[in-house]
Design a protein around this ligand. Structure first.
Ligand code: HEC
Length: 270
């Protein structure tokens, strides 16, 4: 409640009453008073949809009030006619006739010059990883670490396939419920979660990321996300508790193998 505004509105209404206005002016004064009271007299402010719903009801009840008696109707009609033809009202009439298009133009101007606002809740989906994490008590340097089994892809394809197969087992035992049969983030449980589990077929997830980044996200899950990723009620579990280091590297191989994506190469620094 903003008491000051409400007091001003009530005092202003009394002042207008004192001037003995006709029915139309009195109705207009009430309309403005109700609007001012609702718009500025309530704290926190009403949503504008609610405000305009109240104003719509106010307008309807005023029309009903004015239309309910023949005398009042005549007063309103007479008031309107005299506002347009009476010489006394030439100046206010000109002001009103100028003001209406000017206000419309001003509103259009405001609408086209206001810059689009970002959504109220913003999340950093891919925050920078920490330089290192501790995994089962061992320090893993995320800046330099590579998937130890990636090299086998060219040097020893048979062993590489074994690692991919092990990754497949890990995936279908642990990840499929959320990330889905086809890795599109639509597993059995996915619909219960906001944000949705990542869609690995989408070009903005694993194709954009390095394997060390995936290792970090899989090992530490949602609890490992830094504060710039909040509010972020991710359900991604911290797999460090359930999987070995090898199993995590293997499931990473499987994610890329299954989707046909390639991990992002490490930037080389001079
Ligand atoms: C309980 C549901 C759930 C399970 C089970 C789950 N995840 Fe997730 N995962 C999520 C959600 C939700 C996200 C998206 C939010 C986030 O990034 O934390 C996510 C995100 C990820 C990301 C980050 C992708 C990106 O673009 O940053 C990776 C990688 C990932 N999951 C891998 C896995 C792997 C591998 C497993 C199995 C070992 C697994 N997840 C199991 C829910 C799950």
């Amino acid at each position: 409640m903003n008491l000051l505004v409400l007091i001003v509105v009530v005092v202003a209404l009394f002042a207008v009453r004192y001037l003995k206005p006709n029915a139309l002016a009195w109705a207009a004064a009430w309309w403005i008073a109700v609007f001012t009271g609702l718009r500025f007299g309530i704290d926190p402010p009403l949503p504008s949809s609610v405000l305009w719903m109240f104003m719509f009801i106010t307008t309807l009840s005023q029309l009903a009030y004015l239309g309910a008696s023949g005398d009042r109707m005549k007063e309103v009609a007479g008031g309107l006619v005299s506002f347009f033809v009476d010489r006394r009202f030439t100046v206010p009439l000109v002001i009103v006739l100028l003001l209406v298009p000017l206000l419309v133009a001003f509103k259009v101007y405001l609408d086209i010059t206001s810059s689009p606002r970002p959504p109220i809740v913003t999340r950093t989906i891919h925050p920078p990883p920490p330089p290192s994490i501790s995994f089962h008590g061992k320090k893993i340097d995320l800046i330099t670490v590579d998937n130890p089994y990636r090299g086998l892809e060219t040097s020893d394809p048979a062993t590489f396939t074994e690692h991919v197969d092990n990754g497949r087992r890990v995936y279908y035992q642990n990840c499929v419920f959320c990330h889905g049969d086809n890795m599109e983030g639509d597993g059995l449980f996915a619909h219960g979660f906001d944000p949705f589990p990542a869609d690995f077929q989408d070009a903005t997830t694993i194709a954009m990321l390095q394997e060390s980044y995936l290792f970090w996200r899989i090992a530490t899950g949602a609890p490992g996300l830094p504060s710039e990723s909040t509010p972020w009620s991710s359900s991604m579990p911290a797999w460090e508790t359930f999987l070995t280091e090898e199993e995590i590297w293997d499931v990473i191989l499987f994610l890329y193998d299954y989707t046909g994506q390639r991990p992002r190469a490490r930037e080389t620094h001079e």
